[in-house]
Design a protein around this ligand. Sequence first.
Ligand code: ZN
Length: 90
Amino acid sequence: MRLTDRHRGPDFCPDCGEKIKWVRLISDMWIAVNEEPVLFIPGEGRRWLVEYLNWDAVILKDCLIYEPFKGMNRTKVKKGYMPHVWTCGK
Ligand SMILES: [Zn+2]
């Protein structure tokens, strides 16, 4: 599975069989993400996540996944989607 695709794909990952969600990007491409949102802090990391939207979303390239009980700044925490390709079990 590629990171983005021109067309919306199947509801289940063809590689690992997990249920996936498709988000329409502002670039007119589609991206498969995990259904369960993740918490992150924007601008403080290097991970690529997807904006918490169903369409007109952008890929956020500087995210830090929020981990509780580690003294991270909770006031900046936002919700987003994890691209499925990076957690795909295959
Ligand atoms: Zn998969």
